[in-house]
Design a protein around this ligand. Structure first.
Ligand code: ITT
Length: 236
């Protein structure tokens, strides 16, 4: 497999005895609404495609009314994902999913990492950010251009339980951007076994091997457990 699930894992953290306080007298219908707590439309589309087939109604954040998600201040993907998911689950009373992800470049000591969306300062376009990355790597030889995408997804239940799943995709940074699919740093991220960037391969291939695809595999197992729990009341 091109992008092995190197550190793929699922952890569940149960935050106190209030976990099932949302139990109701409603008969279980094995159906829940899942709010995707992201302002990034491209990310939302990938997650929705990867969750296809589950008995879950997936809705974007802007469909559930204005919810203020605090700016990312955490030092880790996990902390940022947890904060976004818990904020939205608490505000909406729905199960909420948040993805915090980014690119770690070895020649830059792991930067931009958790700051990937703000690399070079706020207000930049994706193209401005990946061009800045290419500038910083000018002159770095191919064997030292190794990098990886990381994705941590948090699924927060309104009752307080939070579950995590993670995925990693190894690759290298190209010299020039290639391809027009995807988003973010995809045009400069080459998967060695394919010899192509994630922006050249298109959604079907990316959704098979990406960091997000791996993390969502764990999310499917988490959602199946939530769906089969006695607290999976209808929320449509
Ligand atoms: P939300 O927090 O609202 O979900 P965001 O874009 O700010 O949206 P992050 O804080 O998780 O999301 O930042 C992730 C950044 O890392 C993202 O903006 C891209 O620049 C980059 N990134 C993450 N996953 C990527 C992918 O699959 N392909 C390319 N770039 C990616």
């Amino acid at each position: 497999m091109p992008c092995a699930a190197i550190s793929y894992f699922v952890r569940s953290i149960f935050l106190g005895a209030a976990g099932f306080s949302f139990l109701t007298n409603l008969p279980p219908t094995h159906k829940i609404t899942l709010v995707v707590a992201s302002g990034n439309r491209a990310k939302y589309k990938e997650i929705a495609a990867l969750l296809r087939g589950l008995d879950v109604r997936i809705v974007p954040l802007d469909r559930v009314g204005p919810v203020r998600v605090p700016p990312e201040g955490g030092a880790s993907f996990l902390e940022n994902a947890r904060c976004k998911a818990v904020t939205v689950a608490t505000a909406t009373g729905r199960v909420a999913l948040a993805d915090d992800s980014g690119l770690e470049v070895d020649a830059l000591g792991g930067a931009p990492g958790v700051l990937s969306a703000r690399f070079g300062g706020p207000g930049k376009t994706d193209a401005e950010r990946y061009r800045l990355l290419l500038d910083k790597l000018r002159g770095v030889p191919p064997d030292r251009r190794t990098a990886r995408f990381r994705c941590v997804i948090a699924v927060a239940e309104p009752g307080g339980a939070v579950h995590f799943s993670e995925g990693t995709c190894e690759g290298r940074i190209t010299d020039t951007p290639r391809g027009s699919h995807g988003f973010g740093y995809d045009p400069v991220f080459e998967v060695p076994s394919l010899g192509r960037t994630l922006a050249e391969v298109g959604p079907s291939v990316k959704n098979r091997l990406s960091h997000r695809a791996q993390a969502v595999r764990g999310v499917r197992a988490i959602l199946k457990r939530i769906l089969s729990s006695p607290g999976a009341a209808a929320q449509d």
